[in-house]
Write a protein that binds this ligand. Sequence first.
Ligand code: ZN
Length: 309
Amino acid sequence: MTPLDSLALSRGTVDRLTEQRADTAWLDAAWADPGTRVLVVSDGQALARVDDEQAALVFVPPRQAPEGTRFLLGRDDADGIVYFGVSAPLPAAPPGTRPAALREVGTLLGDRDAGLLTHAVALANWHDTHTHCPVDGTPTVPGPGGHFTVCPKDGTEHFPRTDPAVIMLITDPDDRCLLARNAAWPGRRVSILAGFVEPGESAEQAVIREVAEETHIKVTDVRYVGSQPWPMPRSLMLGFRAEAPAGQAIEVDREEIAEAYWFSRDELLAAIRAREIALPPPVSIARQIIEQWYGGPLPSTWSEPPRRQ
Ligand SMILES: [Zn+2]
């Protein structure tokens, strides 16, 4: 089994400069540098130039950045340019650009931009939804680099939260893969099973529990295959493979999972071509894990991003 090597949102190349986040003199100098670039994000979107083949983010110099919550994203060591994010309403779109979201352009952006947008959306989502101290309800103030907030009343510091989720491809002794349709999904969409890790639970335990809850299948031999941040709004998707020993019948829970079936490689391709099912888009770790099992690219995508196959 080869490692997952094409996870769209795990490609960031910028040095996060964690040591500089608390250095206010360094931060001030970086913000005053006209060569610094700022990515404005709002509601999970940033301005980008987008065509069928590729996309590039639109940055502004600091003096053109709108007022908003500011955070240091890092420095591209190839050219020394420092990047900040600002969570604020998007500026007017220059000609040829438009607001774009990660799901849509995650696979079209270059490595640097994919990492910057993923990082900025994750931090902005956290700032947007964690505005008050959880201890006493006082509005918090962002720390200097924007990677934590402080309660001015009791001095407690609060750090960004990421929710770990597991996503797993299950195979049976015939190497067929288990695909399911979530009850909340429209039409022909299917994917592999997924769920959040509970407090006090390991990722491997979560894989076993979620598969049993959703399909009554008991799995063994749980193996990690790779991870991808999914800041919609704050998940980290931990990818796994696991085995379903013979002699088990699928019994879906009906609340979360509407139906689930085993697919051989030939059956999967036939079902896609017959338009009986549609797979998640290439930006997702689910699609990459399915194609890793299949042994190559597959046609068919949910209709979310307009993208050529
Ligand atoms: Zn407080």
